[in-house]
Design a protein around this ligand. Structure first.
Ligand code: GDP
Ligand code: MN
Length: 393
């Protein structure tokens, strides 16, 4: 789960990480009031959306006066901000963060993420922070410091000190900086983050360390033990189909292609997407209905695929274990009838009660194509895409 910068900064404060003075606003009038209350100039008006690259997308604006802040707010609020990370649909701007602008002398990148290949959290740091960090990481590996954390022991002070040394942080600031890295790690573990990032962490002209930006992502599987985090969720920033899926505990991720997939088991779902690509087609989504899916979940999954306008062919790939093939077939036929599907549907079934399942599909009188195996299924999907009429069963 993602949260907004202003929410992440509130958590930073609670963990002793310094942030600029600021207030949130949701209307131009609130912006004007917030700017007056801050009482400094210049100010920064920051669009709150669940995406980075806001600076490049015009979502971060430095202004001189409260009146100017109000004007910028009226330009930003109610629009969709497009950044290099959002895709062309952008994200809605409903909230702004109004902050004192700081004079920056250095921009540092600091992040903590789970590194799956190393199987541990790592601290990433670079003296080349700011808006071009992806470029720095791609072109100058030597400019990115990586410190592995043993999760059993936690991040040790000597490691934080070593990062500061490698960053060539001024001696007078090294103690504070090391403390800040340790604070960020404490936040990262206590709140079950999957990412905690400050880019940029700045040194101001007054010699202070301040988190100018704040990004926290949380492990969804741990949210049940963080009700304080769960309430921070902003559904308006998420894909509507994904929001709908999460209501039924379906693992759904919207993708760019036109083959709607419904699969049980994440591994099989990944393999299915590979297969679709192998025959030259593109999956419209990842959908894992789960090993123990019920007929109701199958129905909801089906509904999701159909509400996606990009979908041209449906591909159902199920291994009947706990979910029996006949249950699945009944669920699918029922849903297809209920929603009046008029596109090709390729089904590959294996497992418990498979014969019964295939019979139900065949006798449904609907446009199901039952495939003989995985490869056959993928080829039939490709054929379904290229023909207007659909495929012969
Ligand atoms: P992002 O583009 O979504 O990562 O948004 P950031 O919060 O990182 O802002 C983008 C850039 O705007 C930063 O890297 C800074 O260079 C600049 N910026 C943001 N706030 C201030 C500020 O108070 N003073 C100055 N001088 N620059 C700022
Ligand atoms: Mn940033």
């Amino acid at each position: 789960m993602k949260i907004h910068e202003c929410q992440a900064k509130a958590l930073f404060k609670a963990y002793g990480i310094p942030t600029p003075r600021g207030t949130v606003a949701q209307t131009p009038e609130e912006t004007l009031r917030a700017a007056h209350e801050l009482g400094t100039s210049p100010l920064v008006v920051k669009a709150q959306v669940h995406a980075g690259g806001r600076g490049k997308g015009g979502g971060i604006r430095v202004v001189g006066t409260p009146a100017e802040a109000r004007k910028v707010a009226s330009q930003l609020l109610g629009t969709r901000l497009i950044t290099p990370q959002t895709g062309e649909e952008g994200r809605p701007v409903e909230t702004l963060l109004i902050e004192e602008a700081l004079t920056i002398t250095e921009e540092i990148y600091l992040g903590i993420v789970i590194d799956r290949s190393r199987a541990c959290p790592v601290v990433l740091a670079s003296s080349e922070g700011g808006m071009e960090i992806e470029k720095v990481a791609a072109e100058h590996h030597d400019k990115v410091i990586i410190e592995e954390i043993d999760p059993a022991v936690g991040l040790r002070r000597f490691q934080a000190n070593r990062i500061c040394y490698d960053l060539k942080v001024q001696t007078s600031m090294a103690g504070k900086m090391a403390g800040l890295i340790l604070d960020l790690y404490r936040l990262f573990t206590e709140k079950d983050c999957s990412l905690a990032e400050i880019n940029p962490l700045v040194v101001t002209d007054g010699g202070h360390l301040v988190a100018l930006d704040a990004k926290l992502n949380f492990d969804d599987n741990a949210l049940f033990r963080h009700p304080d985090i769960m309430i921070l969720r902003d559904l308006s920033q998420e894909n509507p189909l994904e929001v709908e899926a999460s209501r039924y505990n379906l693992n759904y991720i919207k993708l760019k292609g036109n083959v709607g997939c419904m699969v049980n088991g994440a591994g099989l779902a990944m393999a299915t997407m590979d297969l679709i690509k192998l025959v030259g087609a593109e999956p419209a989504n990842f959908l894992d209905v789960g090993g123990g899916a019920t007929a109701e979940m199958v129905r909801e999954g089906f509904k999701l695929l159909l509400s996606d306008r990009d979908v041209r062919v449906i591909f159902i790939n199920i291994f009947g274990g706990i979910l029996r093939c006949d249950t699945l077939a009944r669920g699918v036929v029922g849903a297809a009838r209920e929603f009046g599907v008029n596109m090709p549907m390729v089904v590959r079934l294996e497992g418990t009660n498979v014969e019964e399942g295939r019979r139900i599909l065949a006798e449904s009188g609907m446009r199901f194509t039952v495939a003989a195996g995985l490869k056959d299924a993928a080829e039939k999907v490709a054929a379904g895409l290229s023909s207007k009429e659909g495929i012969e069963p």
